[in-house]
Design a protein around this ligand. Structure first.
Ligand code: AHG
Ligand code: MN
Ligand code: MN
Ligand code: MN
Length: 368
């Protein structure tokens, strides 16, 4: 009977956020609306990713983004979906037409770049996306009180070979709604209200923190709902896995080189750590969060600030790691204390199990 009751008491992400909402009276449901836009965007991208091969949504879009990366079709489509889903565009492609698109991949391509998922929203005022050079300022008449920073499609190099990819997002509360400037999003990550990612892998998993712990939800395609499957995730204090692109070893600095050496040739009789590196931050971080261990994207001689972007990769993942009992360190400071000066600024990052990051901090401290 217990199992029966459990199965029918479905905790969906919407119910979870509403419960959370009741803890922040002042938000009057706006946060739930915001989250519903992000969740819808994730459902859409999940479906597009699952059909990518069939709907010819793989390959290059023929454009290059501000990062100097060749944009993939799914980078562009995902970005359009999130930007449009987060701003009430006033123009509508009926949801029915979109759902039809899911049925007929050809229609999905036609809808592709012009899919406007229109939801009357008054909850955003600034958007920062990896794929857009400038921040998007929502029209004052439609302005809400949240700023959303996001990486619409993380791990693009893995799209065409069907390896897990994802979406990463972070949410700030706007400080001065009547005088919105870029400073609203050039805040340290510790000021984020919420952060999360959606991983499009063997299942579609959305991991979210609204500041009181971390919860994982899995999309049940038959219901079209994200169901709570990983309540109150805590990262193991230690881990047996390290995750880094060893191909950059030639350019690493001293502390990183020493730490990775220690993983491979441990002094104190420990067994060596396993190396797992997928190349999609969302997938590498998700495994680290659940299994423990450490993920590193260090600085190197070629890129002194590393590769990962502060606002929509480093901050959200660091926020989640700390909420799950882990740590996130830039090589110089606690990642969430960093104050960004540019929206696409990069930073080195070492995140994961508490004790593993402690070891790296000690190596950098010894270097000073
Ligand atoms: P994106 O696809 O959003 O540009 O991000 C790619 C990032 C991140 O997902 C991953 O951890 C890292 O690039 C992998 O970089 P390398 O291929 O240099 O290891
Ligand atoms: Mn990219
Ligand atoms: Mn990314
Ligand atoms: Mn990306």
């Amino acid at each position: 009977h217990e199992a029966e009751a459990h199965r029918t008491d479905l905790m969906t992400i919407t119910r979870y956020v509403l419960n959370e909402q009741s803890r922040h009276q002042e938000s009057r449901g706006d946060f739930t609306i915001l989250l519903s836009h992000i969740v819808l965007g994730c459902k859409f991208v999940c479906s597009a990713v699952n059909k990518a091969g069939l709907a010819k949504l793989i390959g290059l879009a023929g454009e290059t983004n501000v990062q100097g990366e060749e944009q993939k079709k799914l980078d562009v489509l995902s970005n359009e979906v999130f930007v449009k889903a987060l701003i009430s565009s006033g123009r509508t492609v009926s949801l029915k037409a979109i759902l039809l698109g899911f049925v007929d991949p050809v229609l999905l391509i036609q809808l592709g770049r012009h899919v406007l998922i229109w939801i009357q929203s008054t909850s955003q005022c600034i958007l920062v996306s990896e794929e857009d050079e400038e921040a998007t300022f929502v029209d004052p008449s439609l302005r809400g009180k949240y700023c959303v920073v996001f990486d619409p499609l993380d791990g693009s190099s893995n799209i065409d070979c069907g390896v897990s990819i994802g979406t990463i997002f972070g949410v700030y509360m706007v400080k001065d709604k009547d005088n919105v400037t870029l400073d609203e999003v050039l805040q340290p990550g510790k000021n984020m209200l919420a952060a999360g990612y959606c991983m499009y892998g063997s299942s579609c998993t959305l991991v979210l923190s609204t500041g009181s712990g971390v919860n994982g939800f899995t999309l049940d395609p038959s219901l079209g709902e994200f169901i709570l499957t990983h309540p109150d995730i805590k990262i193991p204090k230690k881990g047996k896995i390290y995750s880094v692109n060893e191909g950059n070893a030639k350019n690493w600095d001293g502390p990183t080189t020493k730490y990775v050496e220690k993983c491979k040739f441990p002094k104190d009789g420990d067994s060596p750590k396993s190396l797992r590196y997928i190349g999609s931050m969302v997938a590498d971080v998700h495994r680290t969060l659940l299994y423990g261990g450490i993920f590193l994207y260090p600085a190197d001689k070629k890129s002194p600030n590393g590769k990962l972007r502060v606002l929509y990769e480093v901050f959200p993942m660091s926020f989640l790691m700390e909420q799950a009992g882990g740590q996130a360190f830039t090589g110089k400071q606690r990642a969430l204390d960093l104050v960004p000066t540019k929206i696409h600024q990069r930073s080195p990052i070492f995140l994961g199990s508490y004790d593993e990051v402690e070891e790296i901090k000690a190596l950098y401290a010894a270097e000073e």
